[in-house]
Design a protein around this ligand. Structure first.
Ligand SMILES: NC(=O)c1ccc[n+]([C@@H]2O[C@H](COP(=O)([O-])OP(=O)(O)OC[C@H]3O[C@@H](n4cnc5c(N)ncnc54)[C@H](O)[C@@H]3O)[C@@H](O)[C@H]2O)c1
Length: 202
């Protein structure tokens, strides 16, 4: 791949993804709205940009084949913050991807999109959304955006419903744990799989 874009590059998960993603393409463009992200890997450049700015997203995505979209407010927050970064930000990424002819969006969704199902109920990827927070509601919106842009514009998307990619410090956290190595592997597979259409994956 010639050019790949990573949003949320300054974040916890983005920081783990930068090096392996830089090895999968000629040019990795890492983006976030922080001032800088420190030392860059070979082939990597950093662009400071706000997900809420459609023109900036178009400029960042120009010439890319895929975008790994991990930029967002990473937990429940006030509505206006979620609206700006997670909802308008997701729209801008998909719309910029469509305008710039990208093939695929790999998206960090969350279990919070279906967080209100009772723990005793076994659920698959086909159940209706049942968000537990504004944060989860924004994940539902982005999954539906992916569905719309696949059906109407042919842009593929893989929605990774991550449960918890974090330090395990209690027994409950072990049950929902995704190790950083497995996260990297999952994102690599979401990029290299030849055809995905619109996919939701736990
Ligand atoms: N860590 C987990 O266990 C987990 C679980 C489920 C889903 N996710 C999702 O994975 C993604 C990354 O999570 P994380 O834990 O690394 O979170 P994080 O908060 O560490 O990283 C998110 C990054 O997005 C950036 N960002 C926020 N708003 C922005 C904006 N308007 N413009 C540009 N950049 C902006 C932040 O500066 C930050 O660096 C998020 O979408 C999160 O919802 C994470």
């Amino acid at each position: 791949m010639k050019k790949l874009v990573l949003t949320g590059a300054a974040g916890r998960l983005g920081s783990y993804l930068r090096e392996p993603l830089s090895q999968m393409c000629d040019r990795l463009v890492s983006t976030d709205w922080t001032e800088d992200i420190g030392k860059l890997y070979p082939g990597e450049t950093y662009v400071k940009a706000d997900l809420g700015d459609l023109e900036a997203m178009e400029a960042v995505l120009d010439g890319a084949e895929m975008v790994v979209h991990f930029g967002a407010i990473g937990d429940e927050a006030a509505w206006d913050k979620i609206l700006h970064s997670n909802i308008i930000g997701a729209y801008n990424v998909w719309e910029a991807a469509a305008r710039k002819g990208l093939r695929r969006v790999v998206y960090a969704s969350s279990i919070h999109a279906v967080g209100m199902y009772p723990k005793t109920q076994r659920i698959d990827t086909e159940v209706p959304h049942r968000p537990d927070t504004y944060y989860g509601l924004a994940k539902c919106f982005a999954e539906d955006l992916g569905s719309l842009y696949w059906d109407k514009k042919g842009i593929e998307s893989v929605h990774l419903r991550i449960l918890s990619a974090a330090q395990v410090n209690n027994p409950r956290a072990l049950g929902s744990w995704l190790s950083y190595d497995d996260l990297i592997h999952l994102v690599q597979q979401a990029i290299t799989t030849p055809i995905t259409g619109f996919s939701v994956i736990y």
